[in-house]
Design a protein around this ligand. Structure first.
Ligand code: G
Ligand code: G
Ligand code: MN
Ligand code: NA
Length: 254
């Protein structure tokens, strides 16, 4: 309850921020995109993690308002990086299961894209495996609407839920993000090595781009690059950082 009061204040007093974590091309280590990550800068407590407050926003029904704010800021930032000459930069934005079930989602995203004037191919929405497998008939409908406005669709936290391969094949997906729990023991763990290979092979068969998350060591990066993983993301390259720090990273490279 206390958190709910604080969150109302946060909305009114604009305590939310977006940070960005780079996505790196595995072969040449160029920055090819970034994931927008919501941050709550509380005046007394400091930085609060979305893991703590997103479930509360969902219960309050305020996730739609905050989600709209995230989409707006991320798209403005995408436009500004495209205008600065980073013309192939892809912005990814996380959507929670509750946002995904909102029937006006695609229309709302379409409105932002049109108004700001960005090419939808450079906006990717991340949906968790759990969210897309919850109600597959609704998933088909919503994904079709999202493809109609032209955005890219990524499955986030892949491997932590229960995917049906049949449904995965039938959904209009673009990208699969391997959950970091499968990366952390690489390359030492034989079991995780074969799991990573299996996920990459599956993604290849489904013609999906593969992104590995949670890269913290050079050895993990080298192993995944060797196995033809397309993109890498993790603390090894950069933590999520604010727009100004990201500007600098774009200028100097990884
Ligand atoms: O960045 P961090 O590790 O603190 O993120 C924690 C969790 O919060 C991750 O699962 C991430 O996907 C989620 N998250 C971060 N930003 C957003 C956002 O803008 N919207 C939603 N729905 N989830 C987010
Ligand atoms: O659920 P999702 O994949 O959206 O979560 C993204 C979050 O994962 C980021 O916000 C970030 O805080 C966290 N993250 C990103 N890179 C790393 C990493 O290399 N190691 C760990 N432990 N967490 C990471
Ligand atoms: Mn994500
Ligand atoms: Na993830």
């Amino acid at each position: 309850m206390l958190l709910e009061v604080e969150l109302h204040k946060a909305l009114a007093e604009q305590q939310f921020r977006l940070h960005y974590q780079p996505r790196i091309n595995a072969d040449d280590k160029r920055i090819v995109g970034g994931e927008a990550l919501l941050r709550w800068q509380h005046p007394e407590i400091g930085l609060i993690s979305p893991d703590e407050f997103i479930p509360v926003l969902e219960e309050m029904g305020a996730i739609h308002e905050v989600g709209a704010w995230v989409m707006e800021v991320a798209c403005q930032q995408l436009k500004s990086w495209h205008d600065a000459g980073y013309t192939d930069f892809v912005m990814s934005v996380n959507l929670s299961a509750v946002q995904f079930r909102d029937i006006r989602l695609a229309e709302a995203i379409g409105e932002v894209i049109q108004r700001i004037g960005i090419n939808p191919e450079f906006l990717e929405v991340e949906l968790t495996e759990t969210a897309i497998m919850e109600d597959v008939s609704q998933t088909q409908t919503t994904l079709a609407l999202l493809k109609e406005i032209g955005v890219r669709i990524a499955v986030d936290d892949f491997g932590t839920g229960y995917s049906s391969l049949g449904y995965l094949r039938s959904f209009p997906l673009d990208t699969l993000k391997i959950d970091r729990t499968f990366v952390s023991e690489l390359p030492g763990s034989r079991e995780d090595r074969s799991l990573a290979l299996a996920i990459i092979a599956m993604a290849r068969s489904l013609h999906l781009r593969v992104v590995a998350e949670g890269i913290e060591t050079q050895a993990q990066a080298a192993f995944l690059q060797d196995q033809d993983c397309d993109e890498l993301q993790g603390f090894l390259y950069s933590r999520p950082i604010d727009d100004q720090a990201f500007d600098q990273l774009l200028r100097k490279g990884i």
